[in-house]
Design a protein around this ligand. Structure first.
Ligand code: ACO
Length: 331
């Protein structure tokens, strides 16, 4: 069974309730039909029931069995408004603003997860990453002990012997535009945990740079060097190293030349990018040029599972991210 099949099988076993705030979006509706048919999760669609049912009819998809919740007309609305007001009043949110925010599908769905009405949320087929993640950062917040939420993609590269037979974790390609050394270190440790728990991988973590072991001097490099130091102090048993260039991290012969003493050179399967420019560009290049499957991005460090889709996502991508979200909810 390949990674995707395993993901779906695991999700079927745990039967979690996943809320999809983009209730009238065509790919989401098509994905909902598959999720229901294959019993991958119990979906909740957010929006006006008439509009959702009309959109489904027009597409010819069957969504009987999906729960539909219309924010303002739901039994939850007043409670959610009050909770949001209490949570955010110190940030300048008054009741009027709270009512407006809880009428927004993504904010409302995020509150459903906070309040355990749903086990997880998947959105982003039409919303930007910022608009999907911001409500979660404000309402659900980080897990105890975690300061910064980050993300990981599972990259599955066909016909590739590098990494774990072509499987890699890439982080963070979706959330933090310019992480500090401490945030980079936390993201590296969380991505290694995701690799273990999600993909049964033995993580070998490379903190990437344009420099290997001091081959270049720059403040960008210093940031990565400091992050590596923090990783070693915080997670001494983790196989992690840097600063290291991507080729030395992945290819044994290059690693041998550039940093023969590195414990992960030539074996890295968890690639940590120094900032969002390199991470986001990097994963899209691998996805398009190497025809890799990019599953995710999965948010890490958040107290309950919320996951973002790329606006270029396919129906299958949505089904897979819903399956992954269900598994996160069960862990
Ligand atoms: N971890 C934990 N909390 C965070 C984080 C984080 N990484 N980032 C922001 N927050 C918190 C803040 O502390 C703040 O909390 P508070 O309001 O309770 O004080 C709240 O989230 C909002 O923070 P802001 O800085 O005001 O939020 P911002 O508008 O900057 O949004 C966001 C944060 C959405 C993560 C932003 O950094 C962003 O847009 N990142 C880039 C996303 C993106 O465009 N990715 C590329 C595309 S993804 C793809 O291609 C698959």
């Amino acid at each position: 069974m390949n990674f995707i099949e395993t993901l779906r099988e695991k999700a079927i076993k745990v039967q979690k309730t996943i809320v999809l705030p983009e209730g009238t979006e065509p790919r989401t509706l098509k994905a909902t039909q598959i999720i229901l048919e294959k019993k991958i999760a119990k979906p909740i669609l957010i929006g006006n029931p008439e509009k959702i049912n009309a959109a489904a009819k027009e597409l010819g998809v069957k969504i009987d069995g999906a729960r539909i919740v219309d924010p303002v007309n739901s039994e939850y609305y007043e409670d959610f408004v009050n909770t949001f007001y209490e949570m955010r009043k110190a940030k300048g949110v008054d009741m009027e603003k709270a009512r407006k925010m809880m009428a927004d599908e993504v904010y409302f769905a995020t509150m459903m997860v906070k309040k355990d009405v749903a086990d997880g949320l998947v959105s982003g087929a039409i919303h930007s990453t910022g608009d999907t993640i911001r409500p979660a950062l404000q309402i659900i917040k980080t897990k105890p002990g975690i300061k910064s939420v980050s993300s990981a993609f599972v990259m599955i590269v066909p016909n590739c012997e590098l990494g774990s037979n072509g499987m890699f974790l890439f982080g963070d390609c979706a959330v933090n535009p310019n992480p500090t050394s401490a945030e980079l270190a936390e993201s590296a440790i969380l991505t290694a945990q995701t690799a273990k728990s999600f993909c049964d991988m033995d993580p070998k973590v490379a903190l990437l740079s344009f420099s290997t072991y001091g081959s270049a001097k720059h403040e960008f490099v210093d940031k990565v060097v400091e992050a590596v130091k923090i990783v070693h102090e915080t997670a001494p048993d983790l196989a992690a190293d840097g600063e290291i260039q991507a080729d030395a991290a992945m290819v044994a012969s290059v690693g041998k030349t550039k940093c023969p003493s590195s414990p992960i050179a030539g074996q890295a399967n968890v690639m940590i990018f120094p900032d969002l420019q390199s991470g986001n560009i990097g994963y899209k290049l691998v996805q398009r040029l190497a025809k890799a499957e990019a599953v995710g991005p999965f948010l890490q460090g958040i107290a309950k599972p919320v996951n973002d889709l790329s606006r270029g996502c396919s129906v299958d991508d949505i089904v897979n991210v819903v399956a992954a979200t269900a598994i996160q909810a069960a862990n």
